[in-house]
Every structure is written in C-alpha cells, then in structure tokens.
Design a protein around this ligand. Structure first.
Ligand code: TXA
Ligand code: MG
Length: 370
C-alpha cells in the first residue's frame, strides 16, 4: 500500500558569501532548523556541487522510506549516504580498505561515491537490500554544514521525481517535490551539473558503475587501472545482474522522444541539420540540444534555425561547461511544445563520458552514428 503524504514545504534561501565555508553556515538558524528536521525523521532537499539531493537520516529506515515515497523511486534502487567527515565512515562500514582511503583523501569532499561492504547500522531500505553501501562527502558549504549539524549520515538521491532530469537549481526541486518534502534549501545553481562518479571498491580493481563528476582519467592517476562497468556504455544486450540497480531504470527522460547523434564535425553538424529538416517535413516540432560550435556552423552556412527550439549546452571542447548545462537544457525543452528532440553527441573524454552517458539515457539508447 502506498501512503501519500502532503507536506507544507518551506523554501529557504541560504546566503553563501563568497569564500564562505561550512563552519560559517553551521550555526545559522536555517541550517540548524533543517538539521533538526533531519534528526526528527523529515525530508530536506539541499544543494551539493553535483545536483540537488533529497535527504533523510540514512540510519532511520522510516525516514528513508519517506524518500522513496516522495520520489516515486523503486525500492531496489539504493541510496548514497552523505557524510561531512571521514571518521563517520566507521559508523557505516566495518573497514576502510587502503584503496578507498586513498581515494577519499584525494577526492573528498567532491563528486566521487565509493561503494564498500556495509556495516550493520545501515538499514536495508537505504541500500535497497544490497550488502554494500555507497558513500560520499559532497563539496558544497551548505551540504557540509547541514551534514555536520545533523550529526547523522544523510541518505540522499537526486531531488527529482524518478524519471525526470536531476535538479541543478532549487526551482527544479520545487517543480518536482513541492508538497512532498519539509524544507528545500536554495543555495543557487550547482557547479558540476552531473551526479557523482559511483565507484565500486569491493574488489581488487575499482569499477565505475556510473560515470560522473570525477573522470576515469583522474581516478587512474591516483589508483592505476580502473574498469568501466559494461552497462555504462548503454549496451542493452549484456546479460547478468546489473551491479548498480540505478542503471537499469530509464532515467533523465525528456517528455518528447529524443535521439542522440554521434560523430565528428562537420559530418555530425550536417547529419543533425538533415535530421531536423526530415522530422520537420514529417510535421514534428523539433527541439535540438546543441553546442555553440553547431550554432556557429548554422550561422556560417546561412541555415535558418529560428523555427527550431534550441537549447545551448556550451562548447564541445569544454566538458565541464556541457555537464553544468545538460539537465537545465533537458528541462527547458520539456517546457516547450516540441514533439521530437535531437541531441548532439559530444566527445566522451574526461567528464564528457558522464555527459554522453546522460545523453544516451535521455535518448533511451536511440543512437545514430553520423
Ligand atoms: O551526485 C550525486 O551522487 C547525487 C547527489 C545528491 O549526491 N546523488 C545521486 O543519487 O545521484 P541517486 O540516488 O540519484 O543515484 C545514486 C546511484 C544510483 O545509480 C544507485 O543505483 C547507485 O548510485 N548506488 C547506490 N548505492 C549503491 C550500491 N550499494 N551499489 C551499487 N550502486 C549503488
Ligand atoms: Mg538520480
């Protein structure tokens, strides 16, 4: 039986002066109040450097159940525990292997989630019944202040309704979760824009279960070989159990069906243009998510793109800029009346791998090679 809870959601601005750290925010009334809500079993949405999270006390099964209800999230999709200090790991895992310790030293606080065998204090609801647990220390003063003030590990998925793009602004959280959570902390737009890299550290060689804000290249500089789980490539034909349950769900889907076009300019730009014209000729209202370079190409070729809905992701040569913009672009296109969406593929290097992974998901694996 599903229990629907109507909550009186409070939207609170958290002023973060330039250069402010978590210690400057810790004793502010807004952080103290939000921390109290968490300790009492409530739900608080808060900014991190990646995307907004929907938090509850991760050691309280009932509070965690509230997250699944608010998001409409399948119960077998486990949550990440967020911590403000490495020492808190001892509450969550029986032991910290040297490799995980090294990764935490280098990349925390930051967009890296480490998966380890779980300790008995972590309830099954939090891990979706798995015997492993995912942990990360976010790099955001509001998140760190909230976690420190709450004094408990905070389970937090992205603060969107399941199946919607992850929220990178408080307004996105309001659109999805108004009336379903107690407090939404507004700390401005997030900087990274895609979720953390999820790294399985339970075996001898770490495996990327979800590409994200920390690149494979950066991880390899610290720990040598890192593998990429085959499911990350979006290859559906792979047999066997999915190691990260989140990967089997259709995520980040815009309302209109999307197709991803991969390749290199100028062939890529020609194919994108051709496809937009074909769809238009079939009576579709076309939206495109493209790079600045694509826009320049149209201008130079005198191609009129004014009758298409355009969402501009940034430069193809700057994966961080693309990452910061993709979810907002997907949401922006959802606000229009487009009936078909064309996504421009970008180089899958560095954080670009995470960007391409999210674009593939948005396209539900409908991919064209130019
Ligand atoms: O950047 C982020 O990671 C954001 C912010 C809020 O921290 N959180 C986030 O959470 O993206 P969520 O729940 O939307 O995605 C968590 C991912 C899912 O794909 C889930 O399946 C995977 O992490 N995951 C969690 N626990 C796991 C575990 N024990 N083993 C394998 N995968 C796990
Ligand atoms: Mg999510």
């Amino acid at each position: 039986m599903e229990i629907k809870v109507q909550k009186d959601t409070q939207l609170r601005q958290v002023a973060v002066p330039p250069g402010a750290g978590p210690e400057d925010l810790l004793n502010t009334p807004v952080i103290q109040e939000a921390a109290k809500v968490l300790r009492q079993g409530g739900l608080v949405a808060f900014p991190t450097e990646t995307v907004y999270g929907l938090g509850a006390n991760g050691l309280d099964s009932q509070a965690v159940a509230g997250i699944f209800a608010a998001k409409g999230r399948p119960a077998d999709n486990p949550l990440i525990l967020h911590i403000a200090a490495v020492e808190t790991l001892t509450q969550i895992v029986p032991e910290v292997p040297p490799l995980a310790r090294r990764l935490a030293q280098v990349f925390w606080p930051g967009p890296l989630t480490i998966v380890l065998p779980k300790g008995p204090a972590v309830p099954d609801v939090t891990t979706g019944g798995l015997d492993t647990v995912a942990v990360r220390m976010p790099d955001h003063p509001v998140a760190l202040a909230l976690l420190a003030a709450a004094g408990v590990p905070v389970a937090a998925p992205s603060a969107n309704i399941s199946g919607r793009p992850s929220p990178t602004e408080a307004a996105h959280v309001v659109a999805d979760l108004q009336g379903k959570v107690d407090i939404i902390l507004d700390g401005g737009p997030t900087s990274v824009g895609v979720e953390s890299t999820v790294l399985d550290c339970t075996g001898p060689v770490p495996v990327i279960l979800r590409p994200g804000g920390v690149s494979k290249e950066a991880l390899e500089e610290v720990v040598g070989t890192v593998e990429l789980d085959p499911h990350v490539q979006g290859r559906k034909e792979i047999d066997g159990p999915v190691r990260s349950p989140g990967m089997k769900y259709r995520h980040y889907a815009p309302k209109a069906p999307a197709v991803l076009v991969r390749g290199e300019p100028p062939e890529l730009f020609r194919r994108l243009t051709e496809l937009a014209r074909e769809l238009e000729a079939q009576g579709e209202i076309v939206g495109l998510m493209v790079s600045r370079e694509m826009l320049e190409y149209w201008r130079k070729q005198n191609i009129d793109y004014s009758h298409w809905q355009i969402a501009s992701m940034g430069s193809r040569t700057d994966p961080s800029e693309l990452a910061a913009n993709i979810y907002r672009c997907l949401r922006d296109l959802d606000e229009t009346n487009v009936t078909r969406i064309i996504l421009e593929g970008v180089p899958a290097e560095g954080v670009g791998l995470a960007v391409m992974n999210r674009l593939q998901k948005a396209a539900a694996n409908r991919i064209i090679d130019a």
